[in-house]
Design a protein around this ligand. Structure first.
Ligand code: 2HA
Ligand code: ZN
Length: 270
């Protein structure tokens, strides 16, 4: 067996969580990430016949049966992942139609996956149904995005429209827009289902007054979505309440999208 600590997926998780912490997106135990892995990715590093523990999940996820996930642990700090991956992370295989997660590696102090495991697994199912290459669900609490939640209407269309106007690149990076959920109790199957519903349409979902869920084919892609939304929200927060004498107009956004060849949510423009 090769050393799992040297695997590309653990190395990338260590690097990404450290960056997310440093950017102020993941204070204390805030945030969580799950990454779908193929059996061929994990089998050089793990004996997939050797299940360490079986952990009940409390939800059904039939389409994920037999799939492998690298996932952050409940109560664990992103700040600690890079120097303590075996305790802060776990590799699980979904079994029993989603009811069980078989732990193959990690959570070495007896811990388990993130409290947001339902939202993650339901989001994976939803994204895979529309984008089979999707691999990553990333949750975090970026400061300016959260601040914007308190001073801007929380609906898909107007939130997306404002973000698109804040940086020229936004409509190119997330032409599908941003889905917005109202404030809800986190860690529940209900918020998981609501997130998954939005994920059928969007790769970015705002949890009102809580944070962001971003998806992607890679950790880089999900991370890039977070940083682009957060940058736009920062520009918004730096300018809100000041006289606005310039803006990017809707016809300019249309021209931009056409010139980059992206198909965007036209109904989100006036
Ligand atoms: O504690 O961010 O949403 C982790 C979270 C819960
Ligand atoms: Zn959170």
């Amino acid at each position: 067996m090769k050393d799992i600590l040297a695997s590309p997926f653990i190395s990338e998780m260590c690097e990404i969580t450290s960056n997310m912490y440093r950017l102020g997106w993941n204070e204390r135990n805030g945030g969580n990430i799950s990454v779908l892995l193929d059996e061929k990715d994990v089998s050089p590093y793990l004996d997939t016949e050797h299940v360490l523990r079986k952990i009940p999940t409390g939800f059904d996820a039939p389409s994920l049966d037999g799939r492998y996930f690298l996932v952050t642990g409940t109560g664990k700090y992103f700040r600690h992942v890079a120097h303590d991956p075996e305790n802060t992370l776990g590799v699980v295989r979904i079994a029993d139609g989603g009811r069980t997660a078989e732990l193959l590696w990690g959570f070495s102090d007896g811990g388990k996956f993130t409290s947001e495991f339902p939202a993650h697994m339901m989001s994976h199912m939803a994204r895979l149904s529309v984008e089979p290459e999707n691999r990553v669900i990333m949750h975090c609490h970026p400061t300016n995005t959260l601040a914007m939640n308190y001073v801007h209407p929380l609906d898909d269309r107007s939130f997306t429209h404002t973000l698109w106007q804040m940086c020229t690149e936004c409509i190119v990076v997330f032409p599908d827009g941003v889905g917005v959920l109202p404030w809800m109790v986190c860690g529940t199957n209900e918020i998981g289902l609501a997130t998954a519903e939005k994920m059928k349409e969007y790769r970015v979902v705002v949890w009102g007054m809580h944070g962001l869920y971003c998806t992607g084919k890679s950790m880089d892609e999900a991370f890039g979505l977070v940083e682009t939304v957060e940058k736009a929200a920062e520009i918004y927060m730096l300018t809100v309440g000041k006289p606005r004498i310039n803006t990017i107009h809707d016809d300019e956004l249309r021209t931009l999208a056409a010139s980059f060849g992206v198909s965007f949510r036209e109904d989100f423009l006036d």
